[in-house]
Design a protein around this ligand. Structure first.
Ligand SMILES: [Zn+2]
Length: 259
């Protein structure tokens, strides 16, 4: 079965079509979804949707891109929320160093505090890294993060990939690899160990090549798997099996009845 290890299925853009979308996914064998939160406001919606969709797994966190909506008091509520709603991870958290991002000192403060929460809860982490891989690696080491997790939309070097894998992380591979111009991403993907990556869409964002401007959904997972298979010279079946096993290695509680 296919799993979408990173999709924002709680977004308003999917409100009308969520039920139908979940049915269509089931029909084509996309059987599990990890839905990470982005803002404090999104937590309660995700928690109630997860009770409705048994194939969902959830994580709570404060995304670095939306910290202008965040308060430090939200971090104190993160542990409580994660416990109460059977979160599998803390996320989406991280550092965003693209031009126009929020002040890095503020990002670092929220990131490090949320890493500490994940550590005290013994939960893996779902990482957002955008031009920030080395800094994120430093924070993980400083805090002593032990449970690993997923580096969502990994777009770093092979060297950085190995450092994340050494810390117990797997790399989230998504729509980027469907673009023929993404030569570096192709090279890194071709060289990764088969134990080190999972599939994701980042729905509703990160449309595949040829689908720009459209709402992305987990239905893109088989197409991403096809690209991954051809870049690595493996079969789609192999990719499906490896990525499922890799997911279970990071989230050992995935198949527990959580809701
Ligand atoms: Zn995301």
């Amino acid at each position: 079965m296919f799993i979408d290890s990173h999709c924002h299925l709680d977004v308003e853009a999917l409100d009308e079509q969520r039920d139908g979308l979940m049915k269509r996914c089931a029909d084509v064998g996309i059987a599990g979804f990890l839905v990470p939160a982005t803002t404090y406001k999104s937590w309660s919606k995700i928690a109630s949707l997860a009770e409705h969709y048994p194939q969902w797994r959830v994580a709570y966190g404060l995304h670095p891109y939306f910290l202008n909506q965040a308060e430090r008091s939200h971090i104190e509520l993160l542990g409580e929320q994660s416990d109460a709603s059977n979160a599998l991870a803390v996320g989406e958290i991280g550092l965003d160093c693209w031009p126009g991002a929020i002040d890095l000192t503020l990002q670092m403060d929220f990131f490090r505090r949320q890493l500490s929460v994940s550590k005290s809860l013994h939960l893996p982490v779902i990482l957002h890294t955008r031009k920030s891989e080395d800094l994120v690696l430093k924070c993980l080491r400083d805090i002593g993060v032990k449970e690993g997790g997923v580096v969502h939309a990994f777009n770093g070097s092979l060297e950085q990939a190995k450092r994340f894998v050494d810390l117990g992380f797997v790399l989230g591979i998504g729509g980027t690899v469907t673009y023929s111009r993404a030569k570096k991403a192709h090279r890194v993907l071709a060289s990764l160990s088969s134990h080190s990556f999972v599939l994701e869409t980042d729905s509703p964002d990160m449309p595949l090549s040829g689908f720009q401007g459209q709402v992305n959904t987990p239905l893109s997972i088989p197409m991403i798997a096809q690209h991954v298979a051809s870049i690595r010279g493996e079969s789609v079946e192999q990719i499906k099996m490896q990525t499922y096993n890799n997911l279970l290695s990071v989230f050992p509680r995935w198949n527990e009845d959580l809701f």
